[in-house]
Design a protein around this ligand. Structure first.
Ligand SMILES: *[C@@H]1O[C@H](CO)[C@@H](O)[C@H](O)[C@H]1NC(C)=O
Ligand SMILES: *[C@@H]1O[C@H](CO)[C@@H](O)[C@H](O)[C@H]1NC(C)=O
Ligand SMILES: *[C@@H]1O[C@H](CO)[C@@H](O)[C@H](O)[C@H]1NC(C)=O
Ligand SMILES: *[C@@H]1O[C@H](CO)[C@@H](O)[C@H](O)[C@H]1NC(C)=O
Length: 342
């Protein structure tokens, strides 16, 4: 798939550039059905002030390669990016793919740190990881929870972000609007947000993390024929002692049923103002992801102060990098080009 790069040769500095381009996801829908588990290995570990972060690094220590930090969603793992990584390595990028707090072998250093999955914490984890790896700037890329994380990091630390790729565009939340009502059909698609507010939802997730992934992958990407091998690759990521706390806290915090960690209070207040993202951005709205219906990008335009290109990805569900790796890799290449012209 080719992007019309000629379009990008007319950058407009500091002015919103909203291009609505439609992409089919079909070129990557045909994948050999294989029982082989494909995973990103080896997984390394590094400490931040709060976490031991488990991550994949395609070029450890290479300080001359442009870095892309790619963040997974819920309930997924770093192996979401297994087919994106080689495509971007071939373009000279260094890919860093961390397990979020509560996933895989990313663990808290202290038993007393609140197990918060609030947006400020997810964003700060990215910058903390970059600090630990001595990386000044990177492209941030994500989908689902990963979008929350990359949006927050790009908005709060503009000096650290050279570009952003985000499925569903902009998912930073203002807590003032957390209880705004929504139409019943929209709430029906977010059913699990509310199940996870309850003790029963907590126990049900603890009881069957694989079953929850199976159900959410199917319901949140109804046209995606994901394979058992892909699910098998993700399931070990859920065997983390904090997984259920973190997974449920994400929804409880967003719906104001769980307070944030006081250590992030100042950052959390800043995020309530829905800060703009200055970095060049490529946003991707999948049109088969019922939780966040695709838009033409105009409803989120006010959140982007730099050049931005928006695409609708046809036939794709919420996990764009696993379902449609070429589209996701192309978006990273596109945002890097936007950044060069910026
Ligand atoms: C990370 O922190 C833990 C707990 O303080 C410590 O045991 C471990 O040695 C640290 N690892 C590294 C690589 O510094
Ligand atoms: C570091 O990355 C750059 C860009 O991808 C590449 O050209 C170079 O060969 C790499 N250096 C090493 C030592 O691998
Ligand atoms: C999950 O729930 C079922 C049905 O209540 C129960 O039989 C099973 O022991 C539970 N498994 C775990 C791991 O808690
Ligand atoms: C998914 O599988 C169904 C049933 O086997 C098939 O009809 C459909 O074409 C497949 N979709 C894609 C995108 O491959």
């Amino acid at each position: 798939m080719q992007f019309p790069l000629s379009f990008l040769s007319r950058p407009i500095r500091g002015v919103l550039l909203l291009a609505l381009l439609s992409l089919p996801c079909s070129s990557t829908a045909i994948k050999p059905e294989s029982g082989l588990q494909r995973t990103l290995t080896p997984v390394r570990h590094v400490n931040t002030s709060t976490l031991s972060i488990a991550y994949y690094d395609s070029a450890p220590g290479n300080s001359s390669a442009p870095v892309v930090v790619m963040i997974h969603g819920f309930p997924y793992s770093i192996d979401t990016y297994v087919d994106v990584v080689p495509k971007l390595v071939a373009q000279g990028f260094r890919l860093i793919v961390p397990y979020m707090r509560g996933y895989g072998t990313t663990t808290f250093l202290s038993p007393t740190t609140p197990r918060s999955a609030e947006q400020a914490a997810l964003g700060k984890d990215i910058v903390d990881l970059m600090d630990s790896l001595d990386i000044d700037k990177a492209i941030f890329a994500g989908y689902d929870w990963g979008t929350v994380a990359v949006n927050a990091a790009a908005a709060l630390w503009p000096g650290r972000c050279s570009g952003m790729v985000a499925a569903n565009s902009y998912l930073i939340q203002n807590r003032q609007t957390a209880w705004a009502i929504a139409p019943p059909a929209a709430l029906a698609n977010r059913w699990y947000f509310y199940v996870f507010l309850t003790p029963q939802g907590f126990s049900a997730l603890a009881n069957d993390t694989r079953g929850w992934a199976e159900t959410l992958w199917s319901k949140n990407s109804p046209q995606w024929n994901w394979t058992q091998a892909e699910l098998d690759a993700a399931v070990p990521a859920f065997r983390n002692p904090d997984y259920v706390d973190i997974a449920t806290n994400f929804y409880r915090n967003r719906l104001l049923y769980a307070p944030g960690d006081p250590d992030y209070a100042e950052l959390a207040d800043k995020l309530d103002s829905l800060p703009v993202i200055h970095a060049p951005s490529v946003t991707l709205d999948p049109d088969q992801a019922p939780v966040f219906p695709a838009t033409d990008g105009s409803s989120t335009a006010q959140h982007f102060a730099g050049p931005r290109v928006h695409h609708i990805v046809h036939g794709c569900g919420e996990n764009i990098p696993l379902q449609s790796p070429q589209v996701f890799a192309d978006a990273v290449i596109e945002v890097a080009a936007l950044g060069k012209h910026h």
